[in-house]
Ligand binder design. Structure first.
Ligand SMILES: [Zn+2]
Length: 274
């Protein structure tokens, strides 16, 4: 965990404990905070229809990056190669992580008889701990044990008086495994937040626009109830305008600009004097 940059580390710790900011968390504050309630939607921002519960962002198949799992795994794969990770462990880890990110049901796996029993134990232990948790850095210690054995095996094959490169250490491998897998989780979380934030901004924008429109309508209803801006221009919605031919739209914009110029001084006066 120390290998991860401090800011990211905080995020990982928050995510491990379910304290990262999801819409579920927002909902918890709904009764007490006005700020939070404005932003509340307990549904997943990707529109999958499920609630935005703690680690849902890791598995949501509507996440824009869910279709790119192979790319998500590329850094991890490269690390496996760089650190000469034990072959069978590589394929088990990739298979399990992929299945987790693609939201497949994980069933217990019985490895071949010739397989190192430590690897089977690592797999079983991680199945219990959970693979969401693996991506959040809670990993069975036995993965390291398997890799330790692999480095011993590689060392035994070397000619006399030569050593394995210094970075071939099981503890270094463990750090890298945490770093690369939490990277995948944080990346998914970031995408989740970007989408959630955009949705909130769009909602706020529409609400502000509706408010401003109502205000203008009210002012016009008081001062100029028969004005064309009130009767014919304001009721035109963006949608209906867009569906009209281009010259009609141009006309509308021209009239609207003229009306605005004509109305603005009186509206401002009314506004500032009341
Ligand atoms: Zn979802």
């Amino acid at each position: 965990m120390k290998t991860v940059a401090p800011g990211k580390r905080t995020n990982i710790i928050k995510a491990q404990h379910g304290w990262h900011h999801t819409c579920e968390r927002d909902a918890m504050f709904k009764e007490t905070s006005d700020f939070q309630s404005k932003h509340t939607s307990t549904l997943c921002p990707f529109g999958c229809g499920e609630s935005d519960y703690r680690w849902h962002f890791l598995r949501c198949d509507k996440s824009p990056i869910a279709a790119e799992v192979t790319r998500e795994l590329s850094k991890l794969k490269a690390m496996f190669k760089r650190y000469k990770v034990q072959r069978e462990m590589q394929s088990i880890l990739l298979q399990r992580i992929k299945a987790t990110l693609q939201r497949q049901r994980l069933t217990p796996m019985q490895l071949h008889d010739s397989t190192d029993p430590v690897l089977q134990a690592a797999l079983d232990e991680q199945d219990v701990l959970g693979w969401d948790q693996f991506l959040l850095g809670r990993q069975s210690k036995r993965w390291e044990e398997v890799q330790q054995k692999e480095y011993s095996r590689l060392a035994s094959q070397l000619p006399k008086n030569s050593k394995l490169p210094a970075h071939y250490k099981a503890t270094v491998f463990s750090k890298m495994l945490i770093q690369e897998s939490t990277y995948i989780a944080l990346n998914r979380w970031q995408v989740h937040n970007e989408v959630a934030h955009t949705a909130i901004t769009a909602k706020e924008y529409i609400r502000d626009r509706d408010k401003a429109k109502k205000k203008i309508q009210k002012l016009l209803a008081e001062s100029r109830p028969d004005h064309i801006a009130f009767t014919r221009q304001i009721p035109v919605t963006t949608e209906s305008l867009l569906s009209q031919p281009l010259d009609r739209m141009r006309d509308w914009i021209a009239t609207w600009t003229a009306t605005k110029a004509y109305l603005a001084p009186s509206l401002i006066t009314t506004y500032t004097t009341t």
